[in-house]
Design a protein around this ligand. Structure first.
Ligand code: FMN
Length: 368
């Protein structure tokens, strides 16, 4: 009965979103719509009644989706990717939308306005986005103050990145900038994500280069963080580079990887910057598979890129992801996509004879 209600509810919301709301939203600049969505989320998250209603419209629970990973309880494997709630405004409402975890940020050491506008484009035919925000952030101290007063119902991952300006281009200054946010969030949030892969930062280089990464992790070690730490990887890394990152990660006790950030392919598409969504999906999936194969399940993997259906999420899980994340899928399909994916996962798991998500993690990987 509950399953039928959720199916009907999701079909109804999806129809309304695609036929009416999305058509209206897509008439306006994507960043303006994103900002209005954040404003709406802040209001919905303020009152018990609006939170309760949001939950009735969007939530879905099933015990087969639960996992305990690195000591944290995830009610389902579908999370929100970094970049939607950059400054931690939405922690009260996102769990009611059905997310099993959320990632805030990326947050930088200093406040930063990001790149000049326009910096977000819809690639409608490709169900993708082109993103050139350039790490817009209120800065770690302000976001940490806001975060301090919040109690999230789901695990919160805090993504940190280097401030995007010319002052942090020099390696040692860039490292100190990361260190500032890292230390600032030592006490807040459940996981720390080191974003070493933003494709839109000033100067272009990233900390995906082994030598730089070594120096960065060496310095961050001094903050004595006692919660799980992940690296967020670029989908554009070659295998040799990935192998080096894995080796360095072992040395510094990194717990997992988010595969992946935006891709910087050189396609003839409108706008500039990194690309999300369907154009990224295959690359992100291949990266999950490769990292899981190489590390033999030693690291927790979060699959991220182009996920908009239960089938997409299941493919990532079977290739080695314990958790998945999305942003673009929600923009094209509507916010009910989170519970649709979760409900669809139950069907797919049952069809394959699995009793829980964790049983399916990595079953398609060659090393098993
Ligand atoms: C508007 C937007 C802003 C983003 N900002 C960040 C960011 O600040 N830090 C980060 O690690 N990833 C950022 N990302 C990348 C996403 O977290 C994610 O890795 C990527 O979009 C792929 O997932 P998707 O295809 O489901 O959108 C951003 C993505 C979008 C669409």
């Amino acid at each position: 009965m509950k399953e039928l209600f959720v199916q009907f509810r999701n079909a109804f919301i999806k129809f309304g979103y695609k036929k009416i709301l999305r058509k209206i939203y897509f008439l306006f600049d994507p960043e303006v719509i994103h900002d209005r969505m954040v404003d709406a989320g802040i209001i919905l998250g303020k009152f018990s009644i609006t939170k309760g209603l949001t939950s009735i419209f969007f939530n879905y629970k099933n015990k087969k989706l639960k996992q305990n990973i690195l000591g944290l309880n995830f009610s389902n494997p579908v999370g929100l990717g970094a970049g939607f709630d950059k400054d931690a405004h939405l922690l009260d409402i996102l769990p009611e939308v059905g997310f099993g975890f959320v990632e805030i940020g990326s947050i930088t050491g200093e406040a930063c306005d990001g790149n000049p506008k326009p910096r977000l484009w819809r690639l409608k035919k490709e169900k993708s986005l082109r993103v050139n925000y350039g790490l817009k952030s209120e800065g770690c101290e302000k976001v940490a103050r806001r975060f301090r007063s919040k109690r999230s119902k789901v695990p919160v991952a805090v993504s940190i990145a280097r401030t995007n300006n010319k002052d942090t281009i020099e390696l040692s200054k860039g490292i100190e900038d990361y260190f500032k946010s890292y230390r600032c969030f030592r006490k807040y949030g459940d996981l720390l994500i080191i974003n070493i892969s933003c494709p839109n930062a000033y100067g272009g280089g990233t900390f995906g280069e082994p030598d730089k990464l070594n120096q960065l992790l060496q310095r961050l070690k001094e903050a004595r963080v006692s919660k799980p730490v992940f690296l967020k990887l670029s989908p554009d890394l070659d295998k040799k580079n990935i192998d080096s990152i894995i080796e360095i990660s072992k040395k510094y006790g990194i717990d997992g990887f988010i595969c992946t950030n935006l891709t910087k392919v050189d396609l003839d598409l409108p706008g500039k910057g990194g690309i999300s969504g369907k154009l990224l999906g295959q690359k992100a999936h291949d990266m999950v598979k490769y990292v899981h194969y190489k590390t033999k399940g030693e690291f927790v993997i979060v699959g991220c890129g182009g996920i908009s259906s239960a089938e997409d999420a299941y493919k990532m899980i079977k290739s080695g992801a314990s958790l998945v994340q999305l942003i673009t899928g929600m923009i094209y399909e509507g916010p009910q996509v989170v519970s649709s994916i979760n409900q669809g996962l139950i069907e797919l798991l049952e069809k394959d004879g699995f009793n829980s998500v964790s049983e399916a993690v990595g079953v398609d990987s060659k090393f098993l």
